[in-house]
Ligand binder design. Sequence first.
Ligand code: COA
Length: 262
Amino acid sequence: MTAGTDAPLRLEEDAVDVWLTSLAAVDDDRLMGYAPLLSEAERIRWRRFLVRDAADQYLVGRALLRTTLSRYAPVPAKAWVFTTNAYGCPYVSEPASFRALRFNLSHTAGLVACAVTSGGEVGIDVENTARQVDPLELAPTVFARPEIEQVAATPQTDRRALFFAYWTLKEAYIKARGLGVSLALDGFWFDLDGAVPRIHFAAGCPDWPERWHFGRWQPTPSHALALAVATPSQRAPRIRLRWVTPDEPGGDRATAGQIIAP
Ligand SMILES: CC(C)(COP(=O)(O)OP(=O)(O)OC[C@H]1O[C@@H](n2cnc3c(N)ncnc32)[C@H](O)[C@@H]1OP(=O)(O)O)[C@@H](O)C(=O)NCCC(=O)NCCS
């Protein structure tokens, strides 16, 4: 395992690093090499998946998370211990000296993503946009009124893209808050009219738009990605996206991964 042995990467204030792994880049040998990185509880959970694709996403997600954190701290990938809040949001528990490292993980068919920041709040969501969905049917069950109206008013050719833009942004925000679906999905909404997505809150949703920054990307033709960040300084974050395969032999922490953005 190269991660955990070289000089740690620096995560500057207001920086967010996003590490992406294509499931297609992970062959069976490499996949099996990830299993020893897992904790006993993670291994039990991994073995319970009945669907191979879901099991692989979970395993690669844990490997990406552990090796990614080890890029920023002199800690072996296997040594990280996590805890979760009451809504399942995971945090670093041990080593206690690295609890300020905040992360969020997302997986979907073909893609796993891990966002890391220091001290702020971060949420990430990736979705496979090739999957079967009916935006007009689903929007009223998961979106707020302005989003539902916008989806309905958008020509069919652009409707799916808009649907997944809202979906990933809403998921990223929910995940950054760490409160899961206890947050009402119609209590906040996005408009995509400006250069960057903007969030709006209903009266009953206690948060304020100024502290949030959002980004969205299309890392592959069939994947949408959104990121929600609240930095400690409230300034706009510096976001860097990179492709990586966990445990690249001979990989260097500072240069690992092809940078796709900015
Ligand atoms: C729990 C939840 C985060 C699951 O999201 P998801 O889209 O199914 O899954 P993702 O792959 O994006 O994220 C899963 C990862 O998020 C992390 N996670 C779990 N609970 C979390 C929480 N409360 N907050 C932040 N992150 C959480 C975990 O690391 C998890 O990965 P792991 O189980 O492999 O460790 C939650 O947001 C949810 O149930 N969402 C569905 C709600 C919905 O209907 N959304 C419609 C679109 S608006």
